[in-house]
Write a new protein. Structure first.
Length: 266
């Protein structure tokens, strides 16, 4: 069986399950559910309002909505006359951070808008959110650039930006709400990986990043926002309020360099 990147190199014969810290061992005679968890790989990270120590074996990074419709010329945000370049700020820090996290065995999970072409799971209130005047500029409508339909699964519009193209072993999750947890398998995937702590990156800081993070907090995950790996085209006070609320109520805030400094030497 091909080794999954988040399982140990010496995976036992008959191992069942994704997580590198909990799986079953099956033989024709017996199923062993008593796997001992691996020792933590501790990373001490400077953060606010307190420093944090994460177990890299039980940590993932979730990257939200860094896709063409939000971050690229001719995408949806650009077609609406908004500043798509503001949403590109996380690209360079993530280009440095993601390879290092992968090298440390931290799963990279991409959570992107990727709607069904028929919008069959989108209720009217969600469609109204993005086309509140019925002008035909919202979810599923053709982009003026001709590069596909707004946030439609498997289209150029919904694809991750070229600079951050996923690599084999990354996990991709489609989402259909501002939070990445509603109507998606994200929570199940995190649990099957044995994840307890999540690093958050993406856009928009005050919308999809914040509400995915708050839902993760409510589900019991330890949440760490990477401030320089998050961006929004909203006014500056929206980011200020988001960072304040994360530190006050929902988790911790740090930066990509602080995480890089905390990773064990390879």
């Amino acid at each position: 069986m091909k080794r999954h990147p988040y399982l140990p190199d010496a995976r036992p014969q008959g191992a069942l399950g994704l997580g590198h810290q909990y799986h079953w061992i099956a033989t024709p005679e017996e199923v062993d559910m008593a796997m001992a968890p691996p020792a933590p790989v501790r990373a001490r990270i400077d953060a606010a309002p307190q420093n944090v120590v994460l177990d890299l074996r039980r940590t993932a990074i979730v990257v939200i909505d860094l896709q063409n419709d939000f971050c690229t010329q001719d995408g949806w945000v650009d077609s609406l006359g908004a500043d798509y370049t503001a949403d590109r700020a996380p690209i360079e820090p993530l280009r440095r951070l993601l390879p290092a996290l992968r090298g440390a065995g931290v799963p990279v999970i991409w959570v992107n808008w990727g709607n069904r072409p028929d919008l069959a799971n989108m209720p009217p209130n969600q469609i109204h959110l993005y086309d509140n005047g019925g002008r035909g500029v919202g979810l599923g409508y053709p982009l003026p650039s001709g590069k596909g339909n707004v946030l439609e699964k498997d289209s150029w519009a919904a694809a991750i930006v070229d600079e951050l193209a996923p690599v084999p072993g990354d996990i991709l999750v489609d989402k259909y709400r501002i939070s990445g947890f509603w109507d998606t398998p994200l929570d199940s995937i995190l649990k099957n990986l044995g994840i307890k702590s999540i690093l958050f990156a993406g856009c928009n800081t005050d919308q999809c990043v914040l509400h995915t993070l708050t839902d993760a907090n409510f589900l019991g995950y330890g949440c760490v926002m990477l401030e320089d790996c998050c961006a929004t085209s909203s006014p500056a006070f929206c980011t200020e309020a988001t960072v304040w609320n994360v530190k006050k109520c929902f988790g911790f805030v740090t930066g990509s360099q602080q995480v890089l400094d905390a990773l064990p030497a390879r």
